[in-house]
Design a protein around this ligand. Structure first.
Ligand SMILES: *Cc1c(COP(=O)(O)O)cnc(C)c1O
Length: 404
């Protein structure tokens, strides 16, 4: 098969079709097989000695024990890393493990971490409740701060953690400006790039040092596996690998296979999510019941100009705000939907919706009304719009109290 050098010129859809598989190494199979393995054996003492000699090189990735990986996990790691333009990937058992592992790999007791105030709520919980116990201090910054983040950097700030757009309220951060300030200060930029995926945000071209994906979402894409991946630059790889594998983090070959399977259709799926989500977002914007649609590709949405400058597309997840409603009406609306299920996740083929209560430390959430997050799946978009339409019709009397 072709070398990595020749493949890096391929366009994304060609990469998605060809990365992470090599029929010549696997009996001609189109897909990399599932290697279920804990234990490898060496043919003789000479082979073992040879393996030990090669292991001195931090870039060497031989098979010695299942916790260090197998050919299926390695194929997934290589495919994501190459797609994103990073050096190498590290498969992780979940997106959250990827966040925790990446931070633990580069920060230590006494360090300070700056985190965007609109980050994934469970990442916030890790910073506040877990890493704080190990002497890593976290403060939060306004996601719309941009270059002014310089004023928040402390002598001991080691990491700036960004998530653009934040996956609950969808402000897009100015990653290049943040990265310039962080790097001038000697801090690293870690990014949760789950929303855009490597297809729609080229993290390393915008100054990110470590890109993190909840592969559970769009990369796997079918709501049937938990998976994470950390992609690093070359200088950081050995250190991050050493720490996350020492912590015992690995994912199974079966789940790595599902990650590879998902990558094959990532391009077509994401473009369809994008197109349908934009249709639904525009439709919601026209509705009198809707106060605000927060979708990075809509003018007026926070950080839209930055999205336009830096991103190559938008995915299927966004938020909208309904005019204030009693809880019973919110519940009636959610219960009436046939195609939008209530689910905590997103990134699968199916549409989801949920009411959100953003948690903030320094930028209090003051938007009036009821915030919903919506994942627009791969159903026919006209059916999705009809579903929302009948859902809103069912609670129409709440919006015009004089007729109630
Ligand atoms: C879901 C999610 C995660 C965590 O991923 P898991 O695989 O569920 O652990 C991290 N970041 C974002 C933005 C997410 O939506």
């Amino acid at each position: 098969m072709s070398t990595r050098e020749s493949r890096s010129h391929w366009l994304a859809d060609t990469q998605l079709t060809h990365l992470g598989r090599n029929p010549a190494s696997h009996e001609g199979t189109v897909n990399t097989p599932v290697y279920r393995v804990s234990t490898y054996v060496w043919e003789n003492t000479q082979a073992l000695a040879e393996f030990r000699r090669k292991s001195a090189d931090p870039a060497f990735r031989g098979n010695a024990y299942g916790r260090n990986g197998n050919p299926t996990t390695a194929a997934f790691e290589d495919a994501v890393a190459e797609l994103e333009g990073g050096y190498r990937g590290l498969i992780m058992p979940s997106g959250l493990a990827a966040i925790t592992g990446a931070v633990l790999a580069v920060a230590k007791a006494g360090d300070h971490v700056l985190v965007t105030d609109n980050c994934y709520w469970h990442a916030r919980k890790v910073f506040d409740d877990v890493l704080s116990r190990y002497g890593i201090e976290t403060t939060y910054f306004d996601p719309e701060l941009g270059a002014d983040i310089a004023g928040q950097l402390r002598p001991n700030t080691k990491v700036v953690f960004v998530e653009a757009p934040g996956s609950t309220t969808f402000e897009v951060q100015d990653i290049p400006a943040i990265a310039r300030a962080a790097h001038a200060h000697g801090a690293l930029v870690l990014m949760d790039n789950t929303w855009a995926t490597p297809l729609f945000f080229r993290a390393f071209e915008h100054g990110v040092d470590i890109s993190i994906h909840a592969a559970t979402k769009y990369l796997v894409g079918h709501s049937d596996a938990m998976l994470g991946v950390i992609v690093t630059t070359q200088p950081l790889y050995a250190q991050v690998r050493s720490v996350v594998r020492d912590l015992g983090y690995i994912a199974s070959a079966d789940d790595a296979y599902l990650g590879l399977r998902g990558l094959r259709t990532l391009g077509v799926r994401l473009r369809q999510h994008q197109q349908s989500a934009l249709r639904v977002a525009h439709w919601l914007q026209q509705r009198s019941e809707v106060l605000e649609v927060r979708h990075p590709a809509l003018p007026g949405s926070p950080g839209h100009e930055i999205w336009k400058r830096d991103f190559l597309g938008s995915s299927g997840l966004f938020a909208f705000v309904l005019k204030p409603l009693p809880d019973e009406a919110v519940n009636a609306f959610l219960d009436s939907l046939q195609l939008f299920a209530m689910g905590a996740s997103w990134g699968g083929f199916e549409s989801l919706i949920g009411r959100q209560t953003p948690q903030r430390a320094v930028t209090p959430w003051q938007v009036p009304g009821v915030l919903f997050r919506i994942h627009v799946g791969l159903e026919a978009v006209d059916d999705l719009i009809a579903d929302l339409d009948q859902g809103l019709a069912g609670i129409a009397h709440h919006f015009s109290p004089e007729e109630a």
